[in-house]
Each structure stands twice: as structure tokens, then as C-alpha cells.
Design a protein around this ligand. Sequence first.
Ligand code: SAH
Ligand code: SF4
Length: 359
Amino acid sequence: MPSDTPINLYDLTRPALGELLSGWGYRPHHRDVVWTGLYRQQARALDELQGLRPDLRSRLGEHTRLGHLTPHHETFSSDGHTHKLLLRLDDGQTIETVLMRFKGRATVCISTQAGCAMGCVFCATGQMGLSRHLSPGEIVGQVLHVQRILRESGESLRNVVLMGMGEPLHNYEHTMAAVDVLVDPLGLALGPRFITLSTVGVVPGIRRLADEDRPVQLAVSLHGATDAERAALVPAGRRWPLDELMDACRYYIDKRKRRIFFEWTLIAGRNDTVEHAQTLGRLLGGLDAHVNVIPLNPTVGYDGGPSQPASVRAFQDVLMSHGVPSTVRQRRGIDIDAGCGQLKSAVERRTRRSLPTSP
Ligand code: SAH
Ligand code: SF4
């Protein structure tokens, strides 16, 4: 039954839209007309949806809405490849979405929560804490927003990475509903291999993902290869220790026959030595694993610094000696605060500075 609060149509998967409409007495054909209007035609308002019966149009007008995200602030990297957006939600919260255009391929990095509860010490989002989960429509809305930007220059979106603000597996239901919308063949039809979900290592979520077989690539943020070292950087490591986490990863790889990417933010002197690489190599040796090494993007709330290029190379060489391939992933757009949560905190700092202070 429709409630008094209008339903954001972008919150619904195609089956859920079908249920809403069949509850009103409409056949699946009408669901597909609405769906095509939302995601193929990408109507901006209900009255732009084409081919609707007038009675259905007025029913939708009464009980539903199209929730859009409003640009609040944006920055471009000096090389022009990275476009970082701070988008405002209906309740005034802001979230980050980053559009990267590189070698003709566009990738968007989207948020799944406003803030994050996991508290990783080097992460600007972790430093702000969790405000709330995003709804499926707020997650999908980020993709729709950048697609409109790309369309203006005749480009199309290829990759979606769930690596913006928040922990996707802490907001499992909404994140997966959004993934279902993104890959729906009658809608945005994004390639399943081109969606990557990064988790801090929420063990029950990894196991559930293995059982449900969502069409995503999984990335797991490690940053430490012993419980003590990991927990010092990633407090969630105390809740889900490495033996449980690696069991869940093995379960995922066995069940899905899919490799896992492991992320390792390299911090000078903290987790970037040859010994750290040996421990990581032993942890991952024999697994179908690939390590993404990310030099630290310094944040105001953490005093660590990025590793020297020579340490990065040595780290990779040791991993390779354990049969573990790795790639260095530059966090593009460092000059525009393009690390996770960094634009939001920079804008908030500037806003606070510009507010009148009491005497
Ligand atoms: N919550 C998820 C996804 C968002 S963070 C997760 O933690 O995996 C995406 C990646 O960026 C994670 O690997 C995270 O550790 C890394 N990251 C966050 N802040 C960073 C920073 N300041 N420098 C480098 N990497 C960072
Ligand atoms: Fe949350 Fe990921 Fe940042 Fe950790 S790194 S605080 S899990 S967003």
C-alpha cells in the first residue's frame, strides 16, 4: 500500500516497481514502460515519462517522486581528468561522488553512506563518523548524475566503484538494491564485471555476497597483515579478526570462482617495509588474489605520510616473490581533495572558517 510519504522511484528495483504497480492493478507491461522512462530515456520529472496511461500518470504523481541529488560544490583536478562533486541529499546531508575520465574510459566512484562508522584512522570519512545510510535511490542517483554530465560530451560510463564515502556492506540491503538497478538489462545495463565493491572486511557481508552472487568484483581493504597492526589502522579489524576475514574470503573465492582484490594503503614506516610485505605475501600466497597498493593520501586528522616510490617498488617485488600480483593505484586528483571524504571535510573546514566566530 502506498504511504503518505511519496516513494522515490529510484529506490525501487524493477521487481519492487512491479509490485507497487500490480498492487494498483497494472500489468507488468506498465512497469516496463515506467522503468524504461526512468533509466533509458532518463526522464528528469514524472511528467516527462513517455507512453504512460493518464490514470497511471496521475497515480504516480500522487504517490511517488523522482529524487534528484543537488550539486553543492565541485572541483576539477589540474590535469582535468578528475571531477569531484559534493552532492546534497534531501535532508541537507552531503556526499562525495568522483568522476574520473582517463584514456577514454569513464569511472565513477560513488558513496554508500553519509560518513562512515568504521573509523579507519587515515580516512577522512572515518574521521567524521556515520551520519546515516544512503537509500538505494541516493546511491543510483550519483550514477545518473554523472551520466548526465558525460552525455553532454558524448562520453559514456564504463566503471562504477563503490569506494566513496561509507562502508557498502554496513548498508547491505540498500547497496545491493542499487547494484540490481545499475545492472538491470532493461535499464542502465552496466556490465557486472565493471562494478567493484570495496569493503573494510565486514565478514557476514562477504559471506552473504558469496551466497547471493551479486554481479560485482569484490575488493577487501586490509592495510595490515597481523591483527595488531591492522586494528591500529582499521578498528573494524578487532570485530572481524584476520582468520575470520580470510576464511570468508576463501569461501567467497571458492563459491564464486572469482578473484578478490585486496587493498593496501601504503603509509611510510607504518606498513610499507619489506617485513610487512613478507607477512602480507604469506597471508595471501596461494589465494586467487590481486593487491591494489594505494599510496596514502594525507588527511588533516592523521599524521602519516605516503611511502617513497622505492619502498613501493620493493613492497611489490616481495609480493611477487610470493606469487601475489599487485598494481599501484594512484588516488587521482590529490590536488582537489579527491580522497575518500576529503572534499566534504575541506568544504566544511572552509565553511566553519568563514562563519562569524563568537567573541
Ligand atoms: N569502506 C570501504 C570503501 C570506501 S574506502 C573500504 O574501506 O574499503 C575505499 C578505499 O580507500 C579503502 O581501501 C580505503 O582504505 C582507502 N582510503 C581511505 N582513505 C584513504 C587515504 N587517505 N589514502 C589512501 N587510501 C585511502
Ligand atoms: Fe569507512 Fe572505508 Fe573510510 Fe574505513 S576506509 S572509515 S571503512 S570509508
